[in-house]
Design a protein around this ligand. Structure first.
Ligand code: UD1
Length: 374
């Protein structure tokens, strides 16, 4: 056997943890690697929920989150903290995922030390630096620095080729979010839901059509969220629906949502659900309204149609496959599309039947094989 490679995986938010835990599980039992884990704590509570469920024990925790932190402060603090960890661990490879500030800064810190960088979920592009902001810029910066690009779809791989990324560094792996979803589904059967409020809402809404909502993107703060919340308020007048809305902790979201929707009998405002409960919600819902990247990938894999509350998406595959529709944040459009899907059985069935384009649940193993040869 060749030399054991030291892999340092760095992440800081809930969606990164979800998409990286399948790789961390695969590395754990593989004698070709020493796996070292650094979390930055860019999202604290939401991140810790996933670590606990997936039984991931980080070796380093930068714990950078403070209230109302600016992107400048976050970036500067992350660069220093991650730099210290890299100097201490001296890994052969650094793995980052997606497009968060943690991922971009960690790639930069690794580049400063001439350490090879593996980018998981490479090649996503919305084509607009303003949507999603700042993630679209983070994606491009990581692409320029990474040495191995693990693309979730053919389209993502093509995007990198069109940007003159060397072809031999681009690999089609599928998206690890599907691995995480399948792994979690296998464990749901024997596990009771952890949120009482979620269980009660499902009971209260029994026999009705379920609509799930998540909304927290920075570029939707203020007007965008107000328009989405207004749409949800209007949909709540339908007596045949129950709306389940796990509300993101960001104060820019929480205040508006609670003020407008607390009085609505058909709306259950929930705390963010832990990942297994959220997988249950995706499965229990007839329809998702969401501006989340992960939900655009997970819901179609479960046959749950998604209305995407954004102006652009870096995941047009779900729309092309027929499982998602881009509706933006216009109140009337959201209400009209939701009503159409709830009332037109054949339009609904066509969306629910769409085939997921995001992979077969074996992306993590493909990525680990790439790490062995890098
Ligand atoms: C639009 C965009 O740029 N999004 C990026 C953002 O993720 P993304 O937009 O997916 O981030 P979210 O905070 O919406 O998290 C979504 C994930 O959290 C889970 N969930 C959601 C609500 C809840 O109550 N409980 C729960 O567990 C969902 O199952 C999903 O997997 O960072 C990801 C990680 O780098 C990238 O892949 C995405 O491209």
């Amino acid at each position: 056997m060749g030399r054991v490679r030291k892999i340092l995986t760095i992440f800081g938010t809930r969606p990164e943890a979800i998409k990286l835990f399948p790789i961390l599980h695969a590395l754990e039992g593989d004698a070709r690697f020493t796996s070292c884990i650094c979390v930055t704590g860019q999202h604290r509570g939401l991140l810790d929920q996933v670590l606990e469920f997936a039984k991931i024990r980080p070796h380093h925790d930068c714990d950078v989150m403070t209230d109302d932190q600016s992107l400048d402060e976050l970036t500067a603090t992350l660069l220093t903290c991650v730099g210290h960890v890299l100097d201490e661990e001296k890994p052969d490879l650094v793995v980052v995922q997606g497009d968060t500030t943690t991922a971009m800064v960690s790639a930069l810190a690794a580049h400063y030390r001439k350490i090879a960088i593996v980018h998981v979920e490479a090649g996503l592009r919305s084509g607009s630096l303003a949507h999603p902001w700042p993630e679209e810029a983070n994606r491009s910066i990581i692409t320029r620095l990474a040495t191995i690009h693990c693309c979730p779809t053919r389209r993502a791989a093509d995007a990198l080729r069109s940007e003159n990324v060397p072809h031999q560094t681009i690999h089609l792996t599928g998206n690890t979010v599907i691995d995480a979803l399948y792994w979690t589904q296998d464990r749901l059967a024997g596990r009771g839901g952890s949120s009482d409020a979620f269980r009660e809402a499902l009971q209260r809404f029994a026999g009705r059509r379920h609509i799930g909502v998540t909304c927290h993107r920075r570029e939707s703060f203020a007007e965008g969220i107000v328009r989405v919340v207004e749409a949800v308020g209007q949909l709540a007048h339908r007596p045949d629906v129950g709306i389940l809305f796990p509300v993101h902790p960001n104060p820019n979201v929480r205040g508006i949502v609670r003020e407008r929707l607390s009085p609505c009998e058909n709306v259950a405002l929930l705390e963010p659900l832990d990942y297994p409960d959220f997988c249950r919600l995706l499965d229990a819902c007839d329809l998702m309204l969401s501006d989340s990247g992960g939900v655009q990938e997970e819901a179609p894999a479960l046959g749950t149609p998604v209305l995407v509350l954004r102006e652009t998406t870096e995941r047009p595959e779900a729309i092309e496959a027929g499982g998602a529709i881009l509706v933006g944040t216009d109140t009337q459009r959201i209400v009209a599309e939701t009503n159409r899907l709830l009332d037109d059985r054949s339009a609904y069935a066509a969306m629910a039947r769409a085939v997921s384009p995001f992979g077969d649940g074996r992306a993590a193993q493909r990525i680990v094989e790439l790490l062995a040869t890098a």
